[in-house]
Write a protein that binds this ligand. Sequence first.
Ligand SMILES: Cc1ncc(COP(=O)(O)O)c(C=O)c1O
Length: 421
Amino acid sequence: MSSSDLVKRQSESPWVEYGELGTKYNSVNLCKGFPDFPPPDHVVEALITAARNQSSHQYTRQYGHPRLVNILSKMYSQLIGRPVDPLKEILITVGAYEALLSIFLGLINPGDEVIIVEPFYDCYPPMIEMAGGIPVYISLNPPEDSNQRTVSSSEWKLDYNQLASKFNERTKMIVVTTPNNPTGKVYSKEELLAIGKLCRQYGSIAVMDEVYEWVIYDDLSHIRMASLPEMWPYTLTVGSIGKTFSVTGWKIGWVYGPKKLINPLQIIHSNTVHTCATPIQEASAIALEIEFNRIGKPDSYWKQSAIELQAKRDLIIKYLQTSGVNPTIPQGGFFIVADYRNINWPSNDTIYSEKSPGDKFAKWLCIEKKLLTMPVSYFYSSSNRDKGKNSIRFCFFKKDSTIHDAGRILNKLQVKVKSNL
Ligand SMILES: Cc1ncc(COP(=O)(O)O)c(C=O)c1O
């Protein structure tokens, strides 16, 4: 018996291989995007309270548990400055993953084009292709000298002329991740306005993956596309409780947007997943209710965790800089990308199988040096993999001791002598 044609067109996600590699070589793991320490107490308490509530243990409303959609409606109505209908304009999903899948399956027709900004979270293209869509890529460009100095993720830029040239009457949507995974770029208002203008001009949807909306550094603000003038009818915004409360195992996500765009997704969801786990939705609602009341206040978990994460970011930056691995300083999110071209390593060895440029270095680092990271080339389309070939991605949402362990490994790497650079 053979697999479906749909599966034949897909390839296995690199996370599987890298996860196994890390376990096999018992490496310090800065690969995947989750903390290696416990979630906040009030979030754990919320789950215990939810578990004690007898009504939490049976099916709940298909499109989202009432208590959860109500608090999300309250929160986003305030954040984007317009009412968001809890029943018609929000769908609760199995993580942000299912939110994205329902967007693509619910709205794309075969032959529709979907612009993806590279580097991107790797599930977008296979999902778009499952729906019959055609991914069209445009890259964020780092400064030319990013291997010679520490740059900011704000310096990774979109070329507006190139962006405009990607839009046409077949452009169904554009997928934008802000804060970005892997670069940590937080899109500026000017950039979002430019994207939004093109969406309005071509009647295309802005699919905003904003799962790291609360993880913003250096007093910067996260700007929600849905809050910008005239953008509500064109915008679908994706969120994740896993990223919001550092509980990635909870796998509850959502998408909010205008009724016309949400309804097709509700249909896809009800015919596939049907309904998400009730106790986790109840717990998510309890935790969000607590956090909603302290947005911007000193005791806000989101505020505190961004401060804590910024310190972790700065810690890993120091290690990278002293090791000669040039980082891009992220403005938000859990990740940092860094250029390893200055490192002396046996790049001619053939012992590490290489699926993508950068793969070889990441495997060498894991197998020989016991540090697991992710090659940035996997965040590019297969035709543009080379653009990520000189960088690897680190997740710094880890205990300080884990970052110190990684730092000691980084500090032992040898920098090439200048003439070899
Ligand atoms: C940009 C981005 N979108 C979506 C997801 C998936 O989120 P979830 O775990 O809620 O499905 C992730 C997970 O790392 C992510 O980084």
